[in-house]
Write a protein that binds this ligand. Structure first.
Ligand code: FES
Length: 258
């Protein structure tokens, strides 16, 4: 395995707070290995800044395994950087050449206001989930996994939608700041399963309308699918739109009685 050492110049967005004026700061990170992750490279930069008595760069991270969705970085103008299907925390420095200059920005979307530096407030996603992204059911003992038979095709499709980590790359990559891929994935993973049927139409109506309040409109650019670290297909948007039309035009009281 290569252990080539690289010197990297970083242009990093610094912003003291939501209302402050931001600007790019330039820093150099020396002798970073190919094996270092992108966030480890930022850790090294922060160690250096702290040693010099300067303020560390604020960025979000938690799992560093592509699971939690917090590492929201726009790297050289691409959400999560140049490697397809990869969250920022899974990106490694082998993707870059020595003496590269890398520009790092926060997500740029009006629904995700900047908190500080590279950290944004993605709680608008929480409002969409709160409006219906769950199944209302009594909790109890876990049922046997095979109690409700589900075909493998349906289970796989539901699992593909459930892979959404809510990172917001879809919104950041969309020229309209739309959240249709996120909302579509959250709706599809429930509407594809038997347990999600009881609230299927009330759920889609509430979630789409909350999404419309907070985010821009989808005009089918498809940038969301390209930026998604979990490679979720824009098919989920078509499914969401189909269910939303049904929910709006069908008599939902009749549907509930069926
Ligand atoms: S830090 Fe959890 S997905 Fe990147």
């Amino acid at each position: 395995m290569s252990n080539h050492l690289k010197n990297i110049t970083l242009r990093i967005w610094r912003q003291a707070g939501p209302a402050a004026k931001g600007n790019f700061e330039t820093h150099v990170v020396d002798e970073i290995t190919d094996e270092a992750s992108f966030l480890e490279m930022l850790d090294l930069l922060n160690d250096k800044l702290i040693t010099e008595g300067k303020e560390a760069v604020v960025f979000d991270h938690d799992c560093r395994e592509g699971i939690c969705g917090t590492c929201s970085l726009m790297i050289d103008g691409q959400a999560h950087g140049p490697q397809r299907g990869t969250a920022s925390c899974q990106l490694h420095m082998r993707q870059f050449k020595s003496n590269d200059t890398i520009t790092i920005e926060p997500w740029r979307a009006s629904a995700f206001p900047i908190i500080k530096d590279l950290m944004v407030d993605r709680s608008a996603f929480d409002r969409i989930i709160e409006s219906g992204g769950y199944i209302t059911a009594e909790t109890g003992g876990a049922p046997d996994a095979n109690l409700i038979p589900i075909s493998k095709i349906v289970a796989d499709a539901a699992m593909d939608s459930a892979a959404c980590i809510g990172c917001g790359a879809c919104v950041a990559a969309c020229p309209n700041g739309a959240a249709n891929l996120f909302t579509g994935a959250k709706i599809a993973h429930l509407s594809r399963l038997p347990q999600g049927q009881a609230e299927r139409y009330s759920r889609v109506e509430a979630m789409v309308e909350t999404m419309d309040e907070k985010f821009g409109s989808c005009t089918n650019h498809g940038e969301c699918e390209a930026a998604c670290p979990k490679e979720i297909s824009i098919d989920v948007i078509a499914l969401m739109n189909k269910d939303y039309r049904k929910a709006k035009f069908a008599n939902r009281k009749d549907l509930a009685r069926k």
